[in-house]
Design a protein around this ligand. Structure first.
Ligand SMILES: Cc1ncc(COP(=O)(O)O)c(C=O)c1O
Length: 425
């Protein structure tokens, strides 16, 4: 028999017998669900949905720059020329012409040589993180990640009960001496080295060429596969293109991933994995099949049709770069003007984010509560840090707000930091 216990309704708490029809304990959760830590940021981001809030919190590209008209043309062409197939089930590996296009595109833009049978079209890069976790990670297996790390990767690998070995970063990306130390002292050989080498989320830092060469050599020497996540590579506003880890590696041990989310639009949910090792590819395909059968036949064709409109994709990228570059510059200038002494920030050469470190006495989760009163929002940095408790950082997105909002919003954050410090002293 079940015990009497407290049940809660919307208005009051009462002692009552459990109603067997709404007894949630009928669902017994898998142990791994205890690891999922989605809610912290989701709760925080509710602030950003309030009217009049200037938000630097989301990872959102600028919607006014989405190529809506030309994407509509591509969609119309797909439905007119290939409608029934675009609306039918399809193969898990992806639409073959799109897989060919990915190879040509990666060769042209990134010097990555791959063949269509190494390309798997996925429903956003986020799915790739889940699939690679599913295929490679047993509970307790170690993944080496940079610190701070992309939260979405932590969430994906958490579901497979990964253990994290964190490598420190400086303004050249992960510190290779630290990577060697982590590898030498690991109790069990790590399964994966996961990196975002270009304009990292959250820090905006780019791994330098020298460090990339070292990382590739170290990973080869220790027999550790590299998982290179590159959603931002095409969004470079300053400095020179740096070859990807995959292009620098002579082995089949790099998995490369990119997406149209930041170049076309994230709602399209089309991305790709390049998996040169056939033994891994063969496992990832049924893992994807189990997850969603295949990525939408329609959107894959629409991306392909869009990419083939003469000159359109590249001129779209040329159009968005100066806008994002200006927003980054405005944010950097505003930080210089408005932040009190003791604050530092990264100066990204591309991507969507920069990373602000405030004086150590400031807890940015508390600061957000203060800042939201003056209607400005950011993402507190604590959830991005792995195996350590760092409270005085935040991620700022510079792509989504207008010029005026950037100037105004940074001034408000600066004032909030000053007010917090005044209150703390
Ligand atoms: C590093 C990184 N990987 C993956 C993703 C997910 O991208 P997608 O929209 O392709 O799922 C993001 C999104 O912000 C990201 O920053």
């Amino acid at each position: 028999m079940q015990k009497r216990r407290r049940t809660v309704d919307a208005n009051h708490m009462s002692l009552a017998a459990p109603d067997p029809l709404v007894d949630a304990s009928v669902f017994r959760f898998a142990q791994r669900m205890g690891r999922l830590r989605a809610s912290a940021i989701r709760e925080i981001l509710k602030v950003t949905e309030m009217p009049d809030v200037i938000s630097f919190a989301g990872g959102l590209p600028a919607p006014e720059l989405f190529p809506v008209e030309q994407f509509a043309l591509a969609c119309a062409e797909v439905l007119a020329d290939d409608g029934p197939a675009a609306l039918q089930y399809s193969v898990t590996e992806g639409y073959p012409p799109l897989r060919h296009w990915v190879c040509e595109y990666l060769e042209r833009t990134n010097n990555i040589h791959c063949t269509p049978d190494q390309v798997l079209i996925i429903s956003g890069s986020q799915q790739g993180l889940d699939l690679i976790g599913k295929v490679l990670l047993d509970p307790g297996d170690s993944v080496i990640i940079e610190n701070p790390a992309y939260l979405g990767a932590i969430q994906a690998f958490d579901a497979y009960e990964a253990n994290y070995l964190n490598v420190g970063t400086d303004d050249e990306g992960i510190v290779t001496e630290d990577l060697v130390r982590v590898l030498r002292t690991a109790k069990h050989k790590p399964k994966l080295l996961y990196l975002v080498p270009n304009f990292q989320n959250p820090s905006g830092i780019t791994l330098t060429l020298r460090r990339r060469q070292e990382v590739v050599a170290i990973a080869e020497e220790h027999g550790i596969p590299i998982y290179e996540d590159d959603p931002y590579g095409r969004l470079r506003y300053s400095g020179q293109h740096i070859p990807s880890l995959t292009a620098l590696s002579a082995s089949r041990h790099c998995i490369y991933m990119s997406t149209v989310s930041k170049t076309i639009a994230p709602g399209v949910r089309v991305a790709w994995l390049v998996i040169p090792e056939p033994a891994v590819y063969e496992k990832v395909v049924p893992a994807k099949q189990a997850a969603d059968l295949h990525t939408s036949s329609f959107t894959q064709r629409a991306v392909y049709a869009y990419a083939r409109l003469p000159g359109v994709f590249e001129s779209h990228i040329k159009e968005i770069l100066p806008v994002y570059a200006r927003r980054r510059d405005l944010m950097l200038e505003a930080l210089q003007r408005d932040m009190p002494p003791g604050c530092t920030w990264t100066r990204p050469d591309g991507g969507l984010f920069l990373w602000l470190t405030v004086p150590p006495e400031v807890d940015t989760e508390e600061l957000l509560a203060l800042a939201s009163k003056s209607k400005v929002a950011f993402v507190p940095g604590a959830p991005f840090w792995v195996n350590c408790d760092v409270r005085n950082t935040m991620r700022l997105n510079f792509s989504n707000a207008s010029d005026e909002m950037i100037v105004e919003g940074i001034e408000r954050i600066g004032n909030s930091v000053k007010a917090y410090l005044d209150g703390a002293r």
